[in-house]
Design a binder for this molecule. Structure first.
Ligand code: SF4
Length: 248
């Protein structure tokens, strides 16, 4: 990745990601040195994520193909992990919706959060101390058959702003195997790097905290935590940190 100073208060950042399938063509963005929040990198990361998915799909083995189709939605009953920048971006997206649509989504989110809190699944996810505990909590969540609050008529109603984890989920095994991914072996297109992890590392570096992932259904649940994430940073500092967040 390269970086050029064009003028005093605007810098051009050029993101050229290395993937196992080859380097992506550079994607340049002009960043003014004005205060910016963590969510302002999300549109760029959506674009990079989609490009990583494209190149990975182009390098599938002969005979492989993506088997996801409209109306399936099995993956939309899983816990979807989202990073802090995505939480802030999606909250802002919801805030800008007309009140009817916003309230509908908020009500669906609350219904699931209330239920999954009562039955202990969200606390188990939040407090999982090992991969084993996290997988057990994720399986318990899946078994509750909560449809994602953004799933409508078997399709994603927020397709343009869906989380990185959703963008990267492209099954190549038989669709019926997705009906229980905790029993069956669901094979997926291998997308690298995983943008959820990149965004979580980016937020952790800026905030000086360990990386945090939340379940998508919890994006509106934690007012008090969200406030501490809502600071402004120098735009140039923000994108410098982002450039250093693609590798561990
Ligand atoms: S955000 Fe969209 S793609 Fe992701 S789980 Fe929800 S409905 Fe499915």
């Amino acid at each position: 990745m390269t970086e050029n100073k064009r003028q005093l208060r605007v810098r051009t950042f050029s993101f050229s990601l290395a993937t196992p399938y080859g380097n992506l063509p550079p994607l340049s963005i002009e960043v003014p040195d004005i205060p910016m929040g963590l969510s302002e990198v999300v549109p760029l990361l959506y674009e990079l994520c989609d490009r990583c998915v494209d190149i990975a799909c182009k390098h599938m083995k002969p005979g492989e193909k993506v088997t996801c189709s409209k109306g399936c939605g099995s993956c939309c009953r899983q816990v979807v992990p989202v990073s802090i920048p995505e939480v802030l971006f999606l909250r802002s997206f919801l805030d800008r919706l007309p009140s009817e649509g916003r309230e509908c989504y908020q009500s669906r989110l609350k219904t699931i959060v209330d239920s999954a809190s009562r039955n202990g699944i969200l606390p188990a996810l939040e407090n999982a101390g090992s991969d084993h505990e996290a997988i057990a909590a994720a399986e318990a969540y899946f078994n509750q058959e909560y449809n994602c609050p953004f799933l409508e008529n078997g399709a994603c109603s927020i397709h343009a702003v869906r989380p990185f984890a959703c963008r990267e989920f492209n099954a190549i095994s038989l669709p019926e195997l997705c009906e229980n991914p905790f029993i069956n072996r669901v094979r997926k297109v291998q997308v690298v790097p995983k943008m959820t992890s990149v965004a979580a590392r980016f937020a952790a570096k800026l905030l000086g905290e360990p990386p945090v992932l939340l379940p998508l259904v919890g994006i509106t649940a934690k007012e008090e935590v969200q406030q501490s994430w809502d600071g402004a940073f120098s735009g140039i500092e923000l994108f410098e940190v982002l450039m250093n967040s693609f590798t561990t």
